[in-house]
Write a protein that binds this ligand. Structure first.
Ligand code: HAM
Length: 434
């Protein structure tokens, strides 16, 4: 190594890239609590976990999500690999799950196949509260089998049960049906919508004007103040659904009611990905400001076929985990519940004999599921107490050579300063009961 002072560029301080962030303790305890709850709740609905890769062929997302969508046309992190193939960091995971269903011949399994995933997604959006360039989703997909409205309702019931279990505040479910791609259904409606939009084009903003050509349905999504009275007067999709889609939608609503799931209908809920048909839904929660959609999903019956697989029914959702956590943090209760930990013991040892006993005590406490902090070097008693309280320990286990000779250990409760003497088995019994 050279002794020369580091050059200026070597002293550069690194920072996480814009739109990405470090998740740190103690907040990560809440993330784990949320994910553990997802494993438990989704498991009771018969879903198994899938872990697809984080990058895939760009073409997969372009075909599944749609080349004209914002996600594919503006927001993907795409790069050329060394073999000149084009690869993208996944902006979402439904495409990957469908690719995996086809690749592993899952149509041979008992249908439907119910899968869920948890992991990071990447979109180059403008960062703000609740919107990041690396964010996390908890999603689920039901593939194969029939398109019974009870499946749509059960998938929605599962998310709502999950949110209920987490005590997510102010949860509101909105649903819609966007029909299917046929002349007597959505295609006919979109043609009509486009014609109406052309008539009011000069009163619309630049984004909506562009969308008249690329994706007229997305104009309904606009939040622009000046466009609201215009949009209110546009033709509504519910009046243009074919008989089958109308019947399906009515049955989904009945099935939701049967399950006690409260919903609001929103005819403007069209979603920003191309693969949807029939049922679409979004869930909002409290404390999130403008980025308040905490979950989005819907039916996508044609997608597996579009990706080269057999005709397959599909429905699913994805929850924005970052937003879910933000909303839970606003409602402190859940955060506190997640933060409730098993007892935390700081082992204050003094003397060579006590050191060996302390190492064993730490091993035994940890094996019993109790957090134990073992100082690597001997500390004076006062110093040890100070450090224990700084770390937030509940107890200090005092081990000196005398205690070791006697075979009784002293446990000090930091909150009130009281002390109790135990043998090791008694101590473990006492802490495990807490
Ligand atoms: P999505 O609506 O694009 O749907 O995303 C789902 C959720 O991910 C959103 O409601 C939001 O909570 C969260 N989210 C999206 N972008 C960001 C971001 N930049 N920062 C933070 N959170 C974000 C999908 O991704 C579909 N694959 C859902 C699906 C699954 N549909 C059927 N199956």
């Amino acid at each position: 190594m050279s002794d020369a002072a580091p050059k200026k560029e070597q002293r550069r301080k690194f920072q996480a890239i814009r739109g990405t962030r470090d998740l740190l303790p103690p907040e990560t305890a809440l993330w784990n609590h949320v994910e553990q709850t997802a494993h438990t709740v989704f498991g009771t609905f018969g879903f198994g976990e899938i872990r697809p890769p984080i990058f895939e062929s760009t073409e997969l997302f372009a075909r599944a999500v749609g080349g004209d969508t914002d996600i594919v046309s503006k927001e993907m992190y795409t790069f050329e690999d060394r073999d000149e193939s084009t690869i993208s960091l996944r902006p979402e995971a439904t495409a990957s799950v469908c690719r995996s269903y086809i690749e592993h011949g899952m149509q041979q399994l008992a249908q439907p196949v119910k899968l869920y995933y948890i992991g990071p997604m990447f979109r180059r959006e403008r960062p703000q509260k609740g919107r990041y360039r690396q964010f996390y989703q908890i999603g689920a997909e039901v593939l194969g089998g029939v398109d019974a409205p009870a499946i749509d309702a059960e998938v929605i019931e599962m998310v709502m049960t999950f949110f209920d279990r987490l005590k997510l505040p102010g949860v509101q479910l909105e649903i819609n049906s966007i029909g299917h791609a046929a002349e007597n259904c959505r295609r006919g409606y979109v043609a009509k919508l486009k014609a109406e939009l052309e008539k009011v084009k000069d009163r619309l903003g630049a984004d909506s004007q562009r969308r008249i050509e690329t994706n007229p349905l997305r104009v309904l999504d606009s939040k622009l103040e000046q466009e609201q009275p215009i949009i209110e007067k546009l033709p509504r999709i519910a009046d243009h659904l074919c008989d089958d889609c109308k019947t399906h939608y009515a049955a989904v609503k009945r099935e939701l009611e049967r399950r006690g799931v409260l919903y609001k209908e929103n005819w403007r809920l069209v979603r920003g990905l191309d693969y949807y048909m029939r049922t679409t839904f979004e869930i909002t929660a409290q404390g999130l400001g403008s980025q308040n959609a905490v979950c989005g999903g819907g039916r996508y019956d044609g997608l597996v076929e579009l990706l080269g697989g057999p005709p397959t029914k599909g429905i699913g959702f994805a929850i924005g985990e970052d937003r879910l956590i933000l909303s839970l943090q606003e409602a402190k209760d859940a955060a506190l519940a997640a933060g409730k930990q098993s007892p935390f013991v700081y082992i204050a040892w003094m003397g060579a004999n006590a050191c060996a006993a302390a190492v064993h005590a730490a091993k035994d406490l940890r094996a019993a599921g109790i957090r134990a902090e073992l100082p690597p070097v001997e500390q004076k008693f006062g110093k040890a107490l100070e450090r224990a309280s700084k770390l937030g320990a509940h107890y200090t286990l005092i081990l000196g050579d005398n205690e070791v000779a006697e075979g009784t250990w002293t446990l000090k409760t930091l909150a009130d300063g009281t002390q109790q003497k135990f043998t090791e088995p008694q101590l473990l019994e006492f802490l495990k009961k807490l």
